[in-house]
Design a protein around this ligand. Structure first.
Ligand SMILES: *[C@@H]1O[C@H](CO)[C@@H](O)[C@H](O)[C@H]1NC(C)=O
Ligand SMILES: *[C@@H]1O[C@H](CO)[C@@H](O)[C@H](O)[C@H]1NC(C)=O
Ligand SMILES: *[C@@H]1O[C@H](CO)[C@@H](O)[C@H](O)[C@H]1NC(C)=O
Ligand SMILES: *[C@@H]1O[C@H](CO)[C@@H](O)[C@H](O)[C@H]1NC(C)=O
Ligand SMILES: *[C@@H]1O[C@H](CO)[C@@H](O)[C@H](O)[C@H]1NC(C)=O
Length: 551
C-alpha cells in the first residue's frame, strides 16, 4: 500500500529523503517479492465483433457500445488468465473496434491517450484526461485482476497549421498499443510505425517510436503486425534496448508457404533470441488465426484454427531473461560446401509474387544446391519414403519483394509443391503426406537476420524437433513428428529495402487495378502476371473498404 504513494512522490517532487526511502523500499520489495526468474504469459486469440461497414461516422455512443461488446469478451479472457496465474495478457490488434473504417468513420472510436510519463491510473482518476472510458475499463480490469494488460486502441491528437505536417482534418490518428500494469497504471503507449497497405485511417508517427517497459519479470518491447517485417522498431528493440520479451498485437492474414502467423512469428522469436507473445484476431473468412507464446529455443504454446468461430486463451510459463544465443554466422556452413552442378534441371516458379529458382528433390535422400544472385542454398535430406503422388523442391530467392510492401529477401526453402506440376511449387498448400527422417538446410546469406521456419502438415509447428547451429545450419534433431509443408530460412536484408524507387503508393494502385481473383478461375498459366493475380492473398490486416465513394 505504501509503495504506490511513494512512487507518486517520486514522479512529482522528490526530496533527497524521499528518494532514499524510495530506494530502501524498492530494495526491500526486490528482496522479498519481485524479480521473478519465470513468469506466466497469456495471449488471447479474439473472435472480434465487427462494426457495420459504413463510410459515415456513427455516434460516439454507438462506437462505445460496440467496443464494450468486444471488451466483455476480452474481460472473460483476462479474468480467466489471471485466475490461472498469468502475469501478463496480450490481446490483438483491432480487437476492440474491428475494421471497415476510413479516416472519418474511425474517429468516434478514438481516445486521446496521454504519454505514460503523466503517471496515471485511469481506474482511480477516470476524468483526468477528458472522456476516456476505454482506458478506464482496461485500467480497472488490470487493477482488479492484478495483471498486466496489453491492448490495441486508437489514439487521436489535435494539431493545427502551426505544424506543417498536420492533416487537413486537424488531427493525427494512430493505431496504438497500450499497456496497463497490475495496479492499473498506463505504463506504455506505442504508435504503429509500419502501417499496412490500405490502413489509410491512421497516420504513421513522424519518428519511429521505440517503446519498452520494465516489469519484475523482465524488460518488454512492443510493435504491431506489419512492423515485424522491418528493422525499426523491431530489431532496434532487441539489439539496442535488450528486451527479453516482445508483445505483439496483430491482425494477421495467413499466407503460405512462408508467412503464416505461427510459422513466421515463432521463427522471429528464434532468429532474434527473445520471447514473443503473439495475439491474433480470430476471423477465418479472412484467414486470420494463429497465436502463440514462443521462447527463443522453441514454441511453448500455439493455436491455429480455421474451423470454429471461437476465441482461444493460451497460457505458458517463460523465462524472464531467456538465453540469448551466440551470434549465428549465417554463411559459415554454406560457404564451406562445394556445390554440385545442377543447372539444366533448374526451373522457376512464383512464391508470393517472387520468382524463385528451384530444383526438384528426385530421390528418397540426397544433397542439392540451388543458387540465385548472391545466395546459394544447400540441402541434405532423407525422406521416410519417396511418394509418387507428391513433389518437393529446394528453392532460392535473392531480391526485392515489391507487392504489399517493399522489402529485400534472401530465402532458402524446401517446400511441398501444390500438385505434381512444377509450376505449382510455391502455391499455397496446407496438407502433405511425406515424412522426413532428417534435413539440414543452409545458405550463403548476406545478413545476420535469418528466421528459421519449420511448418508441418495442417499448419502445425514442430517444437523441439530442430535447431540452428552457430555456423548457420538449420537441422532436424529427430525424424519430424508430421509430414512437412516447408523448411525455410527466411532472411531479411534491411539495408537493401531502399534500393528501388518503387513507391508503396504506386504498388497500392497496381493492386487495386488487379483485384483478387479466386483460385478456381482458370487453368494455371505460365504467364507470371496471371499467376500473381490468381494468388493475390494477403498477410497482415487489409482494410476492407465498403463499396462507395471514398473521402
Ligand atoms: C449495426 O446495424 C444494426 C442494424 O442496423 C444496428 O442495430 C447496430 O446498432 C449497428 N451497430 C453499430 C456498431 O453501429
Ligand atoms: C496550435 O497548436 C499548438 C500546439 O499544439 C498550440 O500551442 C496552439 O495554441 C495552437 N494554435 C491554435 C490557433 O489553436
Ligand atoms: C562467417 O563465416 C565466413 C566463412 O567461414 C567468414 O568468412 C566470415 O568472416 C564470418 N563472418 C563473421 C562475422 O564472423
Ligand atoms: C550427402 O552428403 C553426405 C556428406 O556430405 C554423404 O554422407 C551422403 O551420403 C550424401 N547423400 C547422398 C544421397 O548423396
Ligand atoms: C532513387 O532515387 C534517388 C533520388 O531520389 C536517386 O539518387 C537514385 O539513383 C534512385 N535509385 C534508383 C535505383 O533508381
Amino acid at each position: 500500500m505504501l509503495l504506490p504513494y511513494i512512487k507518486q512522490s517520486l514522479d512529482f517532487s522528490m526530496t533527497m529523503s524521499q528518494l532514499l526511502t524510495y530506494v530502501a523500499i524498492s530494495v526491500f520489495c526486490v528482496l522479498t517479492a519481485s524479480s521473478l526468474d519465470t513468469f506466466t504469459a497469456a495471449v488471447y486469440e479474439h473472435a472480434v465483433i465487427l462494426p457495420n461497414a459504413t463510410l459515415t461516422a456513427v455516434s460516439r455512443q454507438e462506437a462505445l457500445a460496440l467496443m464494450n461488446q468486444n471488451l466483455d469478451l476480452l474481460e472473460g479472457a483476462i479474468i480467466s488468465a489471471a485466475k490461472q496465474g498469468a502475469h501478463i495478457i496480450v490481446t490483438p490488434e483491432d480487437g476492440i473496434y474491428g475494421w471497415n473504417f476510413n479516416r472519418e468513420s474511425i474517429y468516434p472510436y478514438l481516445e486521446d491517450i496521454p504519454n505514460p510519463q503523466v503517471n496515471w491510473i485511469p481506474c482511480n482518476h477516470p476524468n483526468r484526461f477528458g472522456h476516456t472510458p476505454l482506458q478506464e475499463r482496461l485500467s480497472c480490469l488490470a487493477k482488479e485482476n492484478s495483471i498486466y494488460i496489453v491492448a490495441n486502441i486508437g489514439d487521436k491528437k489535435p494539431c493545427n497549421s502551426s505544424d506543417p505536417q498536420c492533416p487537413s482534418d486537424g488531427r493525427y490518428q494512430y493505431n496504438t498499443d497500450v499497456v496497463f500494469d497490475s495496479q492499473g497504471k498506463l505504463v506504455a503507449r506505442y504508435h504503429k510505425q509500419n502501417l499496412f497497405m490500405g490502413e489509410d485511417q491512421f497516420n504513421k508517427p513522424t519518428e519511429s517510436e521505440v517503446v519498452t517497459f520494465d516489469t519484475p519479470f523482465g524488460r518488454f518491447g512492443m510493435f504491431t503486425c506489419f512492423d515485424i517485417l522491418f528493422h525499426d522498431p523491431a530489431v532496434t528493440l532487441v539489439e539496442d534496448f535488450h528486451v527479453d520479451t516482445i508483445v505483439f498485437p496483430t491482425a494477421w492474414m495467413n499466407v503460405l508457404p512462408h508467412l503464416s502467423a505461427i510459422e513466421f512469428h515463432s521463427a522471429w522469436a528464434m532468429g532474434m533470441g527473445v520471447n514473443f507473445l503473439a495475439s491474433n484476431i480470430h476471423y477465418p473468412p479472412k484467414k486470420m488465426t494463429g497465436s502463440g507464446i514462443y521462447a527463443p529455443d522453441s514454441p511453448r504454446a500455439f493455436h491455429y484454427d480455421m474451423k470454429t468461430q471461437e476465441g482461444k486463451l493460451l497460457l505458458s510459463q517463460l523465462d524472464s531473461h531467456p538465453y540469448h544465443p551466440v551470434l549465428v554466422n549465417w554463411t559459415a556452413y554454406a560457404s564451406g560446401i562445394e556445390a554440385l552442378s545442377t543447372g539444366s534441371q533448374e526451373f522457376k516458379s512464383i512464391v508470393f509474387f517472387d520468382e524463385f529458382t528451384f530444383l526438384e528433390l528426385r530421390g528418397v535422400a540426397g544433397n542439392y544446391t540451388v543458387c540465385q544472385n548472391d545466395l546459394c542454398c544447400h540441402l541434405s535430406y532423407k525422406m521416410s519414403e519417396k511418394r509418387s503422388d507428391e513433389v518437393y523442391a529446394l528453392g532460392a530467392f535473392d531480391g526485392l519483394h515489391t507487392v504489399e510492401g517493399t522489402y529485400h529477401l534472401q530465402i532458402c526453402t524446401l517446400l511441398k509443391c501444390k500438385t505434381m506440376g512444377l509450376h505449382t511449387c510455391g502455391d499455397s498448400v496446407e496438407t502433405a503426406s511425406t515424412r522426413f527422417d532428417m534435413f539440414s538446410l543452409s545458405g550463403t546469406f548476406g545478413t545476420q537476420y535469418v528466421f528459421p521456419e519449420v511448418l508441418l502438415s495442417e499448419i502445425q509447428l514442430a517444437p523441439g524437433e530442430f535447431q540452428v547451429s552457430s555456423d548457420g545450419c538449420l537441422f532436424s534433431l529427430k525424424p519430424l513428428s508430421g509430414p512437412v509443408l516447408t523448411v525455410t530460412l527466411f532472411g531479411r536484408l534491411y539495408e537493401k529495402d531502399q534500393a528501388s524507387n518503387i513507391s508503396s503508393d504506386l504498388m497500392a494502385q497496381t493492386l487495386r487495378a488487379h483485384p483478387y481473383i479466386p483460385d478456381n478461375v482458370s487453368q494455371i498459366n505460365s504467364d507470371n502476371i496471371l499467376k500473381e493475380r490468381r494468388r493475390a492473398h494477403y498477410f497482415c490486416k487489409r482494410l476492407i473498404v465498403p463499396t462507395g465513394r471514398r473521402q
